[in-house]
Design a protein around this ligand. Structure first.
Ligand code: ATP
Ligand code: MG
Length: 140
């Protein structure tokens, strides 16, 4: 099924000049970038985005990290896009990520792991709407 999913180049990825490398890997896999922007989150925006993790011990640090510099959210479209983006990203902890994944090749820690990807259809819908309004996304 053709799906849309949200990915983000996180502040560490922007700081390390790998926006293009992350986008290149998605495009090389046949995923289409249908929306993309650069923004900086404030604390409330970061807390809202990761609200499912609000009780986790790493939450305050994660929120501070996500606000530490600009990020590049994007909407990717393609066959089975949600699961494929997750496979291209690799496991949350780069030490456990498969060779050839973005996190294995580029990430520095379980927190500073370069990239985000929606983990299911409901999450993808919420997360796309969190960063893009209807006029910024082409009709399907
Ligand atoms: P994301 O949601 O960003 O795509 P993910 O789905 O692989 O990543 P989650 O479990 O949803 O992982 O965690 C969200 C983010 O919180 C992680 O990407 C990472 O930046 C941070 N994080 C997760 N677990 C830890 C941890 N144990 N210590 C520090 N930071 C963590
Ligand atoms: Mg997640």
């Amino acid at each position: 099924m053709i799906e849309r999913t949200l990915s983000i180049v996180k502040p560490d990825g922007v700081a390390r000049n790998v926006i293009g490398e992350v986008v290149r890997r998605f495009e090389a896999a046949g995923l289409k970038v249908v929306a993309l922007k650069m923004i900086r989150l404030d604390r409330a925006m970061a807390e809202g985005f990761y609200h499912v993790h609000r009780e986790r011990p790493f939450f305050p640090s994660l929120v501070a990290f996500m606000c530490s510099g600009p990020i590049v959210p994007m909407v990717l479209e393609g066959e089975d896009a949600i699961a494929r983006v997750r496979r291209i990203m690799g496991a949350t902890d780069p030490a456990k990520a498969d060779p050839g994944t973005i996190r294995k090749d580029l990430a520095s820690s379980i927190e500073k792991n370069i990239v985000h990807g929606s983990d299911g259809p409901a999450t993808a819908g919420f997360e796309i709407g969190y960063f893009f309004d209807a006029l910024e996304i082409p009709p399907r």
